[in-house]
Ligand binder design. Structure first.
Ligand code: ADP
Ligand code: MG
Length: 289
């Protein structure tokens, strides 16, 4: 039987906009020591915007036009940023469109072969990025995500895309840090960008360049080091990690799959809910002893 105090703890959490699936979840939440956060949409607003464009032998308008045409077929948040920045009326058709998980997208537009994504995507295709490397480093070290465009095998443009931290992320992480948790960021983004954002956020450890399938493995690795791990995420691609973690915490307003998988769901889309949830869980379990 579930002790009354746990049931009342679940009720108290609900008053704070924290939905706890069952008594067991509240109990497990009381012994965590490590909190892993998805970056895009969890630490950040998840509404990235193009803040700078640098081109090589293309006009900015042409480069944006080609990139936007290609991103029509993508549902990635970076695709939305590029489509918003470009004049997206009368975009040309794309042939042979492909999504290359964790790398970017490819396809043919107006008879030109396009690649759009991170540096690894271009490098893997034998494309020299040296004309854009300085800009890439400069943008990434300021926390922007560089997205590169290649046209017919040549580097053509760099789009710097910025996704600001949520307004209360820094304060919420500070509260969690003071409560003694180790804070980890888990992202598919590149290490330089991820580290810059982590520094701004007050995150202790960064696991970057993780492919969508690798998020759950990253949790397993932390658990094998003896950590008691919560995963906080909002996306479909976070679901396996939410399931693997000792406690999965889904951000309200995130994907339904994430919410269905998580033991705890935050009604508010704010990391303050994580701090509230863990404080209530600890207080509830303390009262039982
Ligand atoms: P995350 O959601 O954490 O950014 P992903 O695995 O979705 O991780 O993407 C990893 C990286 O691959 C992105 O940071 C970006 O550089 C590149 N990428 C993926 N999809 C796209 C896309 N549609 N357009 C441009 N770049 C992309
Ligand atoms: Mg996300």
């Amino acid at each position: 039987a579930t002790p009354m105090s746990i049931i009342s703890g679940v009720g108290r959490a609900a008053e704070f906009g924290v939905l706890v699936r069952d008594a067991d979840a509240l109990q497990r939440a009381s012994t965590l020591d490590t909190l892993v956060f998805d970056k895009t949409g969890t630490l950040t607003e998840g509404k990235p915007q193009v803040v700078a464009v640098k081109t090589v032998a293309h006009s900015e308008e042409d480069a944006l036009h080609l990139a936007a045409a290609l991103e029509q077929g993508s549902s990635h948040p970076l695709a939305r940023a590029i489509l918003e920045k470009a004049d997206s009326t009368s975009l040309p058709q794309v042939n042979n469109f492909r999504t290359l998980r964790g790398l970017g997208v490819s396809g043919e537009v107006d008879g030109q072969r396009l690649l759009l994504g991170n540096k690894a995507l271009l490098t893997e295709n034998g494309i020299d990025t040296s004309a854009l490397d300085d800009e890439l480093t400069a943008q990434a070290s300021q926390g922007a995500t560089p997205v590169l465009l290649a046209v017919d095998g040549k580097a053509a443009a760099l789009f710097a895309i910025r996704d600001p931290l949520r307004a209360d992320s820094v304060a919420a992480l500070k509260r969690l840090h003071q409560a003694g948790y180790r804070l980890v960021m888990l992202t598919g983004d590149n290490p330089t960008t991820a580290n810059a954002i982590a520094k701004e956020a007050g995150i202790d450890e960064v696991i970057a360049g993780v492919l969508p399938d690798g998020k759950a493995d990253a949790i397993i690795k932390l658990q094998s080091q003896g950590r008691q791990v919560a995963m906080v995420g909002d996306g479909i691609n976070d679901a396996p990690a939410l399931a693997q973690a000792d406690v999965g915490i889904a951000m309200g307003g995130g994907s339904d799959v994430a919410i269905e998988t998580a033991a705890i769901t935050l009604m508010r889309h704010s990391l303050m809910g994580v701090a509230d949830a863990l404080a209530i869980s600890k207080a509830t379990l303390r009262n039982m002893k």
